[in-house]
Each structure stands twice: as C-alpha cells, then as structure tokens.
Design a protein around this ligand. Structure first.
Ligand code: GLC
Length: 713
C-alpha cells in the first residue's frame, strides 16, 4: 500500500497510524490524474471483465459498475434507484480484475464516483478538493485489499453480546406504560427479545438529553424494571440542541462556544425536530468530551445502548430560507397580488429547504489545530465524530465495559468504534432485496455490526414481507424491527396467529444460532474480515460473480433469502461441492438434506428459510433463551455434513467486558472413520464455557444421520 498526498489534507481521524513515507503530488500508478484549481480527477480504464466493489453504504448492487455515486452524507427517506448518496460515506473502492487494485480517498467532502456511467469503460473519480490523502493498494488477492483497508482504518467495532439479540423499535412508544406493555407481550408470547427503543417522544419537547417526566415518571425505576426482565432500553440521541433559554445543554454549549457557526461567527441555526437548534461542533475535542459526558445521565441509570440519529446533520430548514418565502408572500399580499403567487414554485422551494447544500456551505467548524473550515469540506465527518464523542467517553470512563452504539451517518474509520443502520428504508420488497446487497457492501467496508430496519421503516408492512424480512434478519448482526409514525404497527403480534407463530420460530432460530453467530462475529472482526461476504469471496467459479442475492455468513453458511412476494421457493446457485440444506422451520426441526453444487429451484414456503451448511464444515446451536443473558443452556448441538474431516471453533467471551476478555474456546474436530466418525475435543478456559454436553448430529454424503453424545469435561 502506498500513500499519495496532495496539498495539505485535513485530519479526518480515519487512519490512526499513517505511513511515515508518502508521495507528494505524484501520479497514482495506473490512474490518470488531472488537477484543476479546486478539484482532482482520477481516471482509470476498466477492462471489460473488471468488477468494481466497495463504497460501503450506497445504492446499487455489489458490483458498482454502470452507475454514479456521490459521497455526501444525506438524510434521505426515499431510497429510490435514482439516489446517488445515502447516510454514510466510505470512499474506498476495489477494482477486482486480473491485477486487483484498491483506493481509499481520505476526503470527507463530496467525491463523485462515475463508474462507467458516462462512458462505459471509464472509471472517473472527481474529488472536490486538492487537499487529500489517497491510499493505493495493488495485490494479487483483492480480499487482502479489503482486510488491508479495514486494518488501516482501525479494525472493527464489537458490540456487547446482548446486541445480537432481537430488538424492537417504533417511532414512538409514547410513554413508559406502552414500553412495559410491549416488553411483557414478548415474555408472555415466548418471543425472545433483548432491547426496546425510545424514539424522539421520550424527550421533553425533543430536547436532547432530557426526559419527559410526565410520560416517563420514575425513569430510573422504569429502566431497572425492564433490565430485571432482561430488556435493554435504548434511547435515540439527536445532535441538534434546542435554542431555549434556561435549557442547560443549550446554555452550556453557548457559553463555551461549542456550536458550529455561520461565516460571521454567530452560532448557526438549523431547524430539526425541536424547532430551531444549534449544532455542536464535534470537530473540537472539548466539544466531544462535553457531549460524551452528557450520556452519563443515562449511563448512570443503567442504560448501555444508544442510537445516534439525524447526524448527517439533517436540517429541515433555516430561518434564512423561511424569511425568503415570508418575504415573497408579504410582497404579494402588500401589492394585493395573491393570485400571482407561484404556488408550484414555492412548493419546490420549500421542498428543497431540506438538507440544502447551500446551508452546509454556510456552516463553519473550528477543529483543533486548524483554521476555521467550511463544514461542506468535512461534512461526512459529522456523524462519525458524534459517535467518537461517545466512544472516547466510555473508553475512558468504562474501560471494562462494552456499550451498544450505532449511528445513522458514518465515515471511513468509524467502523472501529460504532455500528450503523441503513436509515429510513420502506416496507417494500425492493428494499428487502436491497438489504441483502447492503449487508454485503457494508461488510466489505468493515461495518460488520450493521443492519436495516426489519420490516421497513416507512410505508405499511404486510405479514408476508415482515416474515421474509425477519428470515433475512436472522443473519443480520443488527436485528431490529423499526417502523415510522403513522404506519401500520409492525410488532409481531399485530398480524394474524400464523404470522405470530412463524415469527416466533424465526426469532427462536436466531437465538439458537446465537452462540455460533456471535463466535463467528468475534473471529471475523478480529481478522478485519467481512463476516457477510459475496459468494466470490471464497469461491472462484465465474458464476459466483453474478450472484448478488445470496451471501456467505462467516466460514460455513450460505444464505439464500426469499425476497419476492408470493414466492414459495427460489432459484439458488451453490458453488463448491456438496451442501447440507436445512429448510428451517424452527430450531427444533432439523430436517436436513444433502444436495450437490449447481443450480437448483428449491421450495421454500413462508414458514421456512434456506440455510446451507458447506460440506466438511460444522455449525453449533443451543436451546433458545428469552434473552441473551438468561440462564445458559448446558447442551450444545453440533451439526454438519462430514465426508472427510471437519472442525469448528466456538469462541465464547464474557459478552459485556472488553471483547476477548476471559475468552473460552471450544475446538472440535470430526473425522470420518469408515462408516463412523472420530471426534476430538479441545478447550481453552473450560471453566468459562457454559456447556456440559455436546450432541453431534453428523451427516454423511448420502444424507444419513448419526447422532453421538459427549460430555464436555
Ligand atoms: C429519523 C430516523 C428514524 C426515526 C425518526 C424519528 O427518520 O432515521 O429511525 O424513527 O427519525 O426519530
């Protein structure tokens, strides 16, 4: 990897340890460079077989060719195919061809990636700055470029183990009673769940770091009561600080000059949920320290998880824009020319108030050790630095504890201290399909702990869509059902009895796989490697390159979600040799079948999902719990198709303390021994493993099952 430096880049914090040597203002290997007064343009001639990967959270497929993308974090509730930017910016691409190359352009402003859109075989990257760092990789294996990038930007965030449980959200559960009722429904109905969310209505007038005491009286007792029942309560945190005299967060921020300003140096005003607000300037360390401390109010009550929202930052409008409209209307009224008001024009004008580029260009930030900067140039850092404020705070004050934190807006490097969710999707089948690609793409950018709103946020979700989405969710590290205000309720019991029963089975399946899914997360995170991978990560045959609606989870599983309405099956392509197919209906019903590689149409009615275990690989399951930290089952089931030999490593750390602290390992090796299997078991820190018994359910190439029991001593 080589670092190419142009001009004087701003410190983004994406790379913690920069290479000492760099090339200044030089051409980047195979890229043609054009410099203008205020931009740099990189051009690359794509070979017809080159595949372009990367860009993290973006629209489009896994292969990014044929489309344009812009890195400029945007609050964008309509994820229609014409959209060029979403909430996060991860300006890292890989050209996967005969000679793989990778580029990470460390610039947190606008970059336009035209990947064969304007001219079919030309990749043109327009960076709207002349002060940037570009990291360039060439490697025989494109996978090394990805792990190289994740490592360079600091590795992977690991949330607490309970954050792998099922989570329930809604904008909003309006008061403590509704939350308590939701919690007891989960327990009554025997549906596992680990977290319930508080959306904006828990606050007093949407003032960040406040609680509406009327609707949430005795908040501390409320948090404790839920915790006793195994629920984590997760409040939303928005950055806009309401302008209101006497409100302590506002007063402190104002006094200490913690807010972003306008060109004149006055605190910038932007309207979000609370009305007019100021935006904290997270580029300053003092502001991050202050903001990090504000979470203390909640942490002291036992809250261990937060979701940071609206941090692109979203702006609904500014007073300046409002004044323009007001003036137009007033002039018309004064001249008595109401009929001449161009309503359509006005409508457009008002619609464009939302997240206007002009607003971002008129905000100023004042980073440490630097002159004031126009926010537009560091726009994509805002959400990442907000999450950093939290992460630095808890690392300093709670070094022995793991918190859940995820953010809507992100930038390269923030994957080392926070997860993300993919923002305001819709209850559309197309968005279920998009979720599959997004999981792959975000994993390729190091966001292993990420996921979409299950069931879709906007619009009304129907039962079938919810169930298919939950099935995909079993393999989404962040597994959260969330829906918007005014939409149909999306809790599992809001539909019919059959839907409730199927969804219970799906979520119990997730909990039964949890020790294994979590172990794989730890292992892949520690290797700086995507956990959810495109098929072609591990399998070399050409067909795999074309498959974007299946994925590999970790080392052993291939998942083929059903994402079309009224489908009772789907086409699946299986690489490699043989697979053990589990048409899973419930965790208990482990009816498996051996099927060969190749193309198949497979039945998959609504109450089943397709899980494939690779030949000579094993997976582990246990009886599901109501929540992750509940009394732990003592039997672990190991299953797989063993034609020669197979091994499995289950990592089990304490789940709450620093990852890998007190880690215990269970390592099993199974070898075919004629018609029998020889089993070898090794452990590290045996006393920390919860399991006493192992049950082996092993299949041979013909699909015959042999069950074996072992005591784990
Ligand atoms: C934004 C968030 C969404 C949240 C809503 C209200 O749209 O993306 O998740 O529910 O704001 O806070």
């Amino acid at each position: 990897m080589k670092l190419y430096r142009f001009g004087k880049p701003v410190e983004t914090g994406a790379v913690l340890e920069k290479p000492l040597k760099f090339l200044q203002n030089e051409e980047i290997a195979t890229f043609k460079l054009k410099q203008t007064k205020d931009s740099l343009i990189l051009r690359y001639h794509l070979h017809k077989d080159d595949v372009v990967l990367g860009l993290g959270e973006q629209m489009g497929g896994v292969n990014k060719r044929g489309r344009k993308y812009i890195t400029y974090n945007t609050d964008i509730p309509e994820h229609t195919p014409d959209k060029l930017s979403l909430y996060g910016s991860h300006p890292f691409i890989i050209i996967k061809g005969r000679y793989p190359e990778g580029l990470f352009i460390d610039y947190p402003g606008e970059i336009i990636f035209d990947i064969g859109f304007t001219t079919k075989d030309i990749l043109e990257i327009t960076i709207t700055s002349t002060d940037i760092d570009v990291y360039h990789w060439q490697d025989v294996y494109w996978q090394n470029i990805i792990t190289g990038y994740i490592k360079l930007t600091g590795g992977v965030y690991i949330p607490p183990k309970w954050a792998f449980g099922y989570q329930q959200c809604r904008w909003s559960y309006p008061d403590a009673n509704s939350v308590t009722e939701i919690a007891s429904r989960f327990r009554q109905l025997g549906i596992p769940c680990d977290a319930i969310y508080l959306d904006i209505d828990y606050m007093q007038d949407y003032k960040v770091f406040t609680i509406n005491e009327e609707r949430f009286p005795d908040f501390d007792k409320f948090v404790k009561k839920l915790a006793d029942d195994g629920f984590h309560l997760i409040p939303i945190i928005d950055p806009g600080v309401k302008i209101e005299d006497g409100y302590p967060v506002y007063e402190e921020g104002k006094k200490n000059k913690y807010f972003c300003t306008d060109a004149k140096g006055d605190d910038f005003e932007a309207a979000v949920w609370p009305g007019l607000t100021h935006l904290p300037d997270f580029s300053k360390e003092a502001v991050r320290t202050w903001w990090g401390n504000l979470y203390e109010e909640f942490i002291k009550l036992g809250i261990e998880g937060f979701w940071n929202d609206m941090n692109e930052p979203a702006i609904f409008y500014t007073n300046y824009q409002k004044a323009e409209v007001y003036q137009k209307l007033q002039e018309a009224a004064a001249d008595n020319k109401i009929e001449e008001i161009d309503l359509i024009g006005l409508q457009w004008q008002i619609r464009n108030f939302h997240n206007s580029r002009e607003d971002y260009q008129s905000i100023f930030q004042h980073p440490d050790n630097s002159n004031s900067l126009c926010h537009d140039k560091i726009h994509n850092l805002y959400g990442a630095q907000m999450a950093l404020a939290f992460s630095d705070h808890v690392q300093k004050h709670y070094p022995d504890k793991r918190f859940l934190i995820f953010s809507r807006s992100s930038y390269s490097g923030s994957q080392r201290y926070a997860g993300i969710w993919y923002g305001d999707n819709k209850s559309w089948w197309q968005h279920l399909e998009m979720n599959i690609k997004m999981l792959i793409n975000c994993n390729l950018a190091g966001y292993l702990y990420s996921g979409a709103d299950i069931g879709g946020f906007g619009d009304n979700c129907q039962a079938e869509l919810l169930l298919r989405w939950l099935q995909l969710g079993v393999f989404s590290p962040l597994f959260r059902n969330h829906s918007a205000i005014h939409t149909r309720r999306q809790e599992l019991w809001e539909y019919d009895k059959e839907t409730l029963n199927i969804s219970r089975n799906i979520i119990r399946l997730r909990y039964s796989l949890l020790p294994w899914l979590y172990s794989q997360f730890l292992e892949f995170a520690s290797m700086n490697t995507p956990l959810i991978q495109p098929l072609f990560w591990q399998y070399r045959d050409d067909r795999c390159q074309q498959i974007e609606d299946e994925f590999i989870y970790g080392s052993s599983l291939l998942i083929a979600p059903v994402y079309q309405p009224n489908a009772t099956g789907r086409n699946v392509y299986l690489p490699g040799k043989k697979w053990l197919l589990w048409q899973a209906r419930s965790w208990e019903e482990r009816k498996m079948q051996v099927i060969p590689a190749g193309d198949h149409y497979l039945e998959c009615p609504l109450d089943r999902q397709l899980i494939f275990i690779a030949e000579n690989k094993l997976i582990a399951l246990q009886e599901p719990e109501d929540y992750v930290d509940q009394i732990k089952p003592d039997t672990l089931f190991i299953t797989g198709l063993v034609t020669e030999s197979a091994s499995i490593k289950v990592l089990a750390d304490q789940g709450k303390y620093p990852a890998f602290a007190g880690i215990a390992v269970l390592e099993i090796n199974v070898e075919r021994n004629g018609i029998d299997f020889k089993i070898t078991i090794k452990t590290v820190n045996r006393e920390l493993l919860q399991w006493q018994n192992l049950v082996f359910e092993l299949y041979n190439g013909q699909g015959n099952l042999m069950v074996k029991h072992r005591k784990l001593i």
